[in-house]
Write a protein that binds this ligand. Structure first.
Ligand SMILES: C[S@@+](CC[C@H](N)C(=O)[O-])C[C@H]1O[C@@H](n2cnc3c(N)ncnc32)[C@H](O)[C@@H]1O
Length: 522
């Protein structure tokens, strides 16, 4: 039998009752959150599980998400929903089936991003024209060997490892980040992880959750920074690759000390090589890491404690290095909030005035991306980054000539952050002095940029008005985005003018709109 960590029907009852009150007030997002917490707290094989699924089915019915309603009715029945109440569920099911027939809505419209050019033969998630170069000024960097157009999709990268911010534990799959409109299933043992499917639950258990399950409350407390949580998850994933043998992991690292980027992999499907690519990312060895917290965590679980007793030194240096890699390389993952109006009170990344806040997206987690981490920063980038669940998609934002370097933006764009602030922040976190054109020539902030083409400025103003008031379908947003890409391509010789930079901002907003959930909870 599993040891039940944090499972408790009494808490599950309290959480369900709180959910019921929110449901009565039609606060469906908050109600689902409580039902998910209640589900996670429910002792397995108790009727509390069935009740939580049934409650969720009621929310989905009100939201007209009939497929999810039906799914939750089935789950309720499979999970000890009390027989005496079955009639309620059967009635709901019948109504649901009737409504599904009537409903021609296309809730399932998903826009799939595809690479714009043939894929790299070894790395199928990047286009074949990208090359790795190294020089003194930039270290490793990526250039294109063919001219690229605005809107070209260059990379669709999944992380090697990702973690969810604690405030999203009950709203997203802990394995793949899918929110599945909160239609999630709990870990059968702990109360701190949910999954979108049983496959995801199995994969997570195999890859990392078997180690974390007994530690979830500690890991998700404020003891660890997100970078340290990522380091710990990386250790558990690496351990799983070596089938739990810390000796083999240590030996492997000892024998493979040379630097290997993702371009050096012989076989992309070999997880050991993929791990080496993450382990070879640039790190800041001078950053202090308080490793004693890791020791405390390991001492909670007997199996991990004995591992630390024998291999503590190796584990500590592994975790220190991953933390130091993380500071320079891990990417925050942004998603659209499921709740109308947006942000959770405790979402620290959504501070007012931040770019994410203006765009309406929230930071839901962090990931390690071996390719994207080879991109250098410019305050005037030529590519942009969007997220589809845990995937990073890299798209050309202004034309890039053959032989030019691809530049990402580390969160400090010249259009809305002053040169002094940018330079200080980049030096402090990323340890380099930025010499991009915007810094060298001290380009002004967006409102003070010069105007060269009045007709184009009018187009930009129109796009700006539309994008801030628009409530478009994904398809329509994608069409608008494509139109703007053409206008930017034609006018790019005037960059950085007010009109071109505003068009770029609006096009990015349309692009993100293509990933917005079709429906948000009240
Ligand atoms: C995510 S890594 C980028 C890849 C890195 N160049 C490498 O060799 O692995 C971030 C680090 O790259 C370097 N870097 C990024 N942008 C740079 C720039 N514009 N100029 C100089 N160095 C830069 C800094 O050392 C920074 O900490």
């Amino acid at each position: 039998m599993f040891e039940r960590i944090g499972k408790c029907n009494e808490s599950s009852d309290t959480l369900r009752a709180e959910g019921n009150q929110l449901y009565a007030r039609k606060m469906f997002y908050d109600a689902l959150l409580k039902y998910n917490e209640s589900l996670c707290a429910a002792e397995s094989e108790s009727e509390n599980m069935g009740l939580a699924f049934a409650n969720r089915s009621a929310v989905y019915f009100e939201m007209k998400l009939y497929d999810k309603c039906l799914n939750n009715i089935d789950l309720a029945k499979e999970n000890h929903y009390p027989n005496k109440n079955l009639e309620i569920l059967e009635k709901r099911k019948a109504k649901c089936l009737e409504m599904t027939k009537q409903l021609k809505e296309e809730f399932s419209t998903v826009l799939n991003f595809k690479l714009s050019y043939p894929p790299n033969k070894k790395l199928p998630f990047i286009v074949d024209c990208l090359e790795l170069k190294t020089n003194k000024e930039f270290g490793r960097h990526i250039v294109t060997n063919k001219t690229l157009k605005v809107g070209d999709v260059l990379v669709i990268e999944k992380p090697f490892v990702e973690i969810i911010q604690t405030s999203f534990l009950y709203t997203r799959c802990s394995n793949c980040f899918n929110d599945n409109m909160m239609d999630l299933i709990p870990c059968m043992t702990c109360n701190g992880a949910m999954f979108c499917t049983s496959q995801c639950r199995e994969i997570a258990f195999k890859n990392f959750h078997k180690y974390e399950c007994q530690l979830v409350n500690l890991i998700s407390s404020s003891l660890l920074t997100p970078t340290m949580r990522m380091a710990l998850r990386t250790l558990f994933v690496a351990l799983s690759i070596f089938e739990g043998s810390i000796e083999d992991l240590e030996k492997f690292l000892h024998e493979n000390t040379d630097c290997r980027t993702i371009f050096d992999l012989e076989d992309f499907n070999d997880m050991k090589q993929r791990f080496l690519a993450v382990n070879s990312l640039i790190s800041s060895s001078d950053i202090e890491v308080n490793a004693s917290i890791f020791e405390e965590i390991f001492h909670v679980v007997p199996q991990l404690k004995s591992m630390w007793t024998v291999h503590g030194q190796f584990i500590e240096s592994f975790l220190r290095k991953q933390t130091q890699i993380g500071i320079l390389n891990y990417h925050e993952i942004f998603s659209w909030p499921l709740k109308k109006g947006g942000f959770l009170d405790n979402d620290i990344t959504a501070f007012k005035g931040s770019l994410a806040y203006q765009r309406g997206v929230v930071g839901t987690g962090f990931g390690s991306y071996s390719f994207t981490s080879l991109l250098n920063h410019s305050c005037a980038p030529n590519i942009c980054r969007i997220h589809n669940n845990n995937e990073i998609i890299l798209i050309v934002q202004r034309p890039i000539a053959k032989g030019e370097q691809l530049f990402d933006n580390y969160g400090y764009c010249f259009t809305n952050v002053s040169k002094d602030c940018r330079q200080q922040a980049l030096l402090k976190q990323y340890r380099f002095k930025c010499n991009c054109r915007a810094c060298v020539d001290n380009w002004p902030l967006l409102p003070s940029l010069r105007v060269l083409d009045k007709a184009c400025l009018n187009k930009a103003k129109k796009a700006c008005r539309e994008v801030s008031s628009a409530c478009l379908s994904k398809k329509k947003a994608h069409e608008k985005y494509k139109d703007l890409c053409e206008v930017i391509e034609k006018n790019s010789k005037n960059y950085p003018t007010l009109e071109v930079c505003s068009l770029m901002e609006s096009s990015f907003a349309y692009l993100e709109m293509t990933l917005k959930p079709l429906l948000q909870f009240p």
